[in-house]
Design a protein around this ligand. Structure first.
Ligand code: BEZ
Length: 401
């Protein structure tokens, strides 16, 4: 397993152990299990893509979570932090083995990840069985906060259904009738497409064609030729990271940019507008974040992220930052005692996260209830056009919590 470890202690490990031992000795000649445990670092394992088409997503999440921890003074619930970073490669077949290693060999207190919905399915199943605290900072698999929902599993991002629904609603309200769907043919693409349909169909719209592309392939030419021949009112697509860069550039190169409207969930233009260049200009998407959200927390976050990492923040960074804040809320509430599970979970369920995206709350199924914005790319920024749906809750079908 490709693995990197990093520490957040402001002091040396030796100093930390000495100070902790002193506290324990003063409290009792026979320190309790928690007093001993408290001396150890809180161990957080990430299972995120650090290679492949979703690399920039995994890196943004990790960077911003580390930023949240640094802003907490490098401590959670009074304990220093150790991060164990593992590359998921966004490959579902590897997910079970890597998750088991983090939980059973590394014995992490929290597991954070993934980006890819297929990886999330394996992780959530194991975390649910083992009872390990899990925070999902991106993957939208509806099942995670549906049938797989559990007290120890939280998500700070979205369900795949969520960003699709508002785009369908927007196009229906604009009177669009004929739409083609084109997406990476795995859980995220299909569920995103379903969200779009649920918003679009009640307004009388029809899906005239669905085109699936195997993940992570980026050969789009046949799909573009077919779309051009259909000539629909709009095309809704699900691609992200490197795939989104290629699709948007191929779309423009095929001469479709000024002929057919291209829309999608915001992943189509998140964190990639620089690489997409002029091809991205004018594209409309829906998402729970926009670069230009005029909120003090968003401005402060974007400034801090830019300063720390030398590049602009995006939605993946926001979700990672909020994952860090959520873990902090849980651990601070119990003074770092991960054994105080019920109180930690309660604190995470009710945490008032000061998010760059604005206020959001945790649903009963542990998925964000949040605003979705219609955005448009202008001069490389995803600008807010309007609020598309306020406080959108995922249906959480199948969750028994
Ligand atoms: C997913 O697989 O759930 C996903 C990946 C990238 C962006 C959004 C969702």
């Amino acid at each position: 397993m490709t693995q990197r470890k990093s520490q957040f202690s402001r002091r040396s490990v030796l100093t930390m152990v000495g100070a902790g031992a002193g506290v324990a000795a003063a409290a009792s000649a026979f320190p309790t299990r928690f007093a001993i445990g408290q001396q150890a670092k809180v161990k957080i394992g990430t299972l995120l893509p650090y290679s492949g088409t979703y690399t920039r997503l995994g890196e943004a999440i990790t960077n911003a979570m580390e930023l949240a921890f640094a802003q907490a003074g490098g401590k959670l619930g009074g304990r220093d932090i150790e991060l164990v970073k593992v590359d998921s490669e966004a490959k579902p077949p590897k997910a079970a083995e890597l998750t088991n290693k983090l939980i059973n060999q590394e014995k992490v207190d929290f597991i954070v990840g993934p980006v890819h919905s297929g990886v999330a399915m394996a992780m959530a199943k194991i975390a649910g069985e083992e009872g390990t605290m899990m925070v999902v900072p991106n993957a939208g698999a509806n099942q995670v906060t549906g049938p797989f929902c559990a007290p120890n599993i939280f998500r700070t991002s979205f369900s795949n259904w969520q960003p699709g629904f508002p785009m369908g609603k927007v196009l229906a309200e604009e009177g669009k009738k004929k739409v083609v769907l084109c997406y990476w043919d795995y859980g995220a693409g299909k569920q995103s497409a379903q969200g779009f349909k649920d918003g679009f169909a009640p307004g009388g719209g029809t899906i005239v064609k669905e085109i699936g592309i195997p993940f992570p392939k980026v050969e789009f030419q046949a799909a573009l030729t077919e779309i051009a021949s259909i000539n629909p009112d709009a095309v809704y697509v699900f691609f992200a990271g490197g795939g989104a860069v290629k699709f948007v550039k191929d779309w423009a190169a095929a001469g479709l940019k000024d002929k057919i409207e291209l829309v999608g969930p915001g992943f189509l233009t998140e964190g990639v507008t620089k690489a997409q260049g002029a091809a991205a200009e004018g594209i409309r998407t829906t998402l729970h974040y926009a670069d230009t959200l005029d909120l003090p927390t968003n401005h402060a976050f974007r400034d801090a992220y830019q300063k720390a990492y030398g590049k602009p923040a995006d939605v993946y960074a926001v979700q990672g930052y909020d994952a860090g804040q959520l873990i902090r809320a849980g651990l601070d509430a119990v003074g770092g005692d991960v054994g105080a599970r019920d109180n930690m979970v309660k604190a995470m369920e009710t945490a008032a996260i000061d998010s760059p995206r604005g206020q959001w709350t945790m649903s009963k199924a542990h998925n964000p209830v949040q605003n979705f914005y219609l955005r448009q790319v202008k001069n490389g920024a995803n600008e807010v056009v309007k609020l598309a749906v306020e406080n959108l809750t995922d249906p959480a079908t199948g969750c028994k919590m």
